[in-house]
Write a protein that binds this ligand. Structure first.
Ligand code: CA
Length: 249
């Protein structure tokens, strides 16, 4: 009997390979650099995606709202509206389409700001189409998960979309980094979170940063959400990390 190397006994040939989708997956690419936009379209089409392109932030936002896409690949530096603004507006409208930011901006603050505004992933240029397609597939597997509109711990409330924090009736002004730190702790309210975990998630995972920076920022946050109100929500757990009291302290 001749040896047939291609067929897996339990799997039909059509299902083999990561590039075959069971349904059409539609991706919107928002990129003002036309040659790059065309190249991304070709690269993702070759990976099995159906791709539309918008060349500025205004069109990008319009299409993302109306087009029923499975995912959006979003540049940051765009004419009309920036990628940050596009993402922020989508999330403010409770549109949870998975967003992958693809940008030449590679600073840790750029990445943190993008993720703070509700993007799901961030890749820097130059990039590999194979990796971009793989990251998109990972996002699609996770799907468009609604984020809770407002996080609450007692009378401490944080709205990730509107980017506001309130203690009771009082508004609290936080910087982007302080906001990201508090949001991360509030999503795990009542649990101990280590400094290393905070450093990894709130700061750039690739940046070599000192754990002391977490202490410094925890102090800043505490002086804004706790001290003026005589409260103790952001608690230090000695030798372990921090805990955001579920009852707001
Ligand atoms: Ca651009």
């Amino acid at each position: 009997m001749p040896y047939r190397r291609c067929e897996h006994p339990e799997r039909p040939a059509a299902a083999v390979g990561p590039l075959r989708h069971t349904r059409t997956v539609r991706v919107l690419v928002v990129e003002d650099e036309r040659r790059l936009a065309s190249a991304v379209r070709r690269g993702l089409t070759a990976e099995g995606f159906v791709v539309d392109v918008a060349h500025d932030g205004v069109d990008g936002l319009h299409l993302a709202r109306e087009g029923g896409y499975d995912a959006v690949v979003l540049d940051l530096m765009l004419p009309g509206l920036s990628g940050y603004q596009v993402c922020e507006r989508l999330r403010a409208e409770r549109n949870w389409v998975p967003v992958l930011i693809l940008s030449a901006k590679d600073g840790e603050y750029d990445q943190a700001d993008g993720l703070d505004l509700g993007a799901d992933d961030y890749m820097t240029k130059p990039f590999s189409y194979v990796v971009l397609a793989a990251r998109l597939r990972a996002l699609l597997r996770r799907g468009a998960r609604p984020r809770p509109a407002v996080l609450a711990a007692g009378d401490l409330r944080l709205d990730p979309a509107a980017r506001t924090v309130r203690r009771g009736e009082a508004g609290v002004e936080l910087t982007a980094r302080e906001f990201a730190l508090l949001e991360y702790l509030m999503r795990r309210a009542g649990q101990v979170v280590s400094k290393a975990e905070l450093l990894e998630h709130v700061w750039d995972p690739d940046a070599v940063a000192d754990l002391n920076v977490v202490e410094v920022y925890a102090g800043y946050v505490r002086r804004k959400i706790d001290t003026p109100f005589g409260r103790n929500a952001l608690q230090t757990v000695r030798g372990a990390g921090y805990r955001l009291a579920a009852d707001g302290g």
